[in-house]
Design a protein around this ligand. Structure first.
Ligand code: MRU
Length: 340
């Protein structure tokens, strides 16, 4: 096995003593800039404007944001101030359930404690959430790597890598784990219109780690699969219903349909915290709609007719019947999915 020298592992969300440290994903790939946020409201804004993005990463960022909110809340109004911060953080983005999961976990950690005790406990809890996320990703990587053979070519969508988590990644963590086992895996990445997470983030992070990456326009995935050039599709997820229906970046559903047409296995890789067993199927998953300017403007330049109508859903739901397996830290789950 050849050993490839690796750059320092990416830590997109971490604690820096008195502030949360975020890798500003809106400035990648050309600038690798970290921002320090000491006010919880700035953390909520960073989640909204996608300075930090990716389901697990926003859960971790929200947890640190709430530790900051607790630090600033005066004793006299601690409970109501902390609850107001929980609510605002929870509503920063609607689809990825890891955000509410992180907020719920922080609320539970503070329960019954005095303000002084809660401040200490909440920071410990946020650090634990970050640490556990990396461990969970490694476990998912280990399970997912059993699905890949040496020489396979994987197609992915959006960014489900280290950048979308506290580190290592979900779908892209599987490629890292496969490489640790000595398997050589090539990657195709959809560019992922309109925010271009595939081009700007996935390509950057995987090239940084020495992977062979080729970016394709979203519409090319069908031709690629028809030519027999894809061994497996691996994506992340933002929310998975009890029956296995999985919400992920817009365009994932199209990919799953085409994968089935060509007999290519389609795997979703996500932690148990992404499963929302309160929803029996994917129909009730809230889908974020974002600004029309994400479609009509590129690099500060308007490229469409003025006032053109736009529909810009950020996510879609892939029905469970199109998903060959779902990988979590607990293992490889096959249909029928019955998450509880
Ligand atoms: O809108 P984003 O960039 O926050 O999208 C979330 C995602 O990164 C993807 O949907 C991803 O595949 C799931 S999160 C690992």
């Amino acid at each position: 096995m050849t050993s490839i020298p690796q750059p320092e592992a990416l830590r997109p969300v971490s604690w820096a003593g008195t502030a949360v440290r975020l890798l500003d994903q809106n400035r990648l790939p050309h600038e690798e800039v970290y921002v320090l946020l000491a006010d919880w409201r700035d953390v909520a804004s960073a989640i909204r404007d996608m300075t930090v993005r990716g389901a697990p990463a926003i859960g971790v960022a929200a947890a640190y944001g709430l530790a900051l909110a607790a630090k600033d809340a005066p004793d006299a109004s601690f409970d109501s101030d902390f609850e107001a911060a929980c609510r605002e953080m929870d509503s920063a983005r609607p689809t990825a359930v890891n955000l509410s999961w992180g907020v719920r976990r922080m609320r539970a950690a503070a329960k019954g404690l005095s303000p002084a005790e809660a401040r200490v406990r909440l920071l410990d809890e946020a650090c634990a959430i970050e640490r556990e996320d990396i461990e969970i990703n490694r476990a998912m990587g280990h399970h997912g790597a059993t699905l890949l053979r040496d020489g396979d070519t994987v197609l992915t969508h959006c960014n489900a890598g280290a950048l979308a988590t506290a580190g290592f990644g979900t779908a892209l963590g599987v490629l890292r784990a496969a490489r640790e086992l000595g398997k050589t895996i090539r990657l195709f990445a959809d560019e992922t219109r309109p925010r271009l997470q595939g081009l700007r983030l996935t390509a950057w992070e995987m090239m940084r780690d020495g992977f062979d990456v080729t970016v394709i326009p979203d519409g090319a995935s069908g031709s690629l699969m028809k030519r027999g050039l894809v061994s497996a599709v691996l994506v992340g997820a933002d929310r998975i219903a009890a029956n296995g229906d999985a919400a992920n970046k817009i365009g994932t559903y199209n990919l799953a349909v085409v994968a089935q047409r060509h007999g290519v296995p389609f795997y979703a890789v996500a932690p148990v915290s992404t499963i929302d067993a309160s929803l029996s199927d994917g129909d009730a998953i809230p889908i974020e709609e974002r600004s029309p300017t994400e479609i009509t403007w590129i690099s500060g330049q308007s490229i469409g007719p003025d006032d053109v109508k736009v529909w810009n859903p950020a996510f879609d739901v892939t029905p469970a019947e199109l998903i060959t397996a779902i990988v979590t830290e607990r293992g490889v789950h096959r249909p029928p999915y019955l998450f509880t």
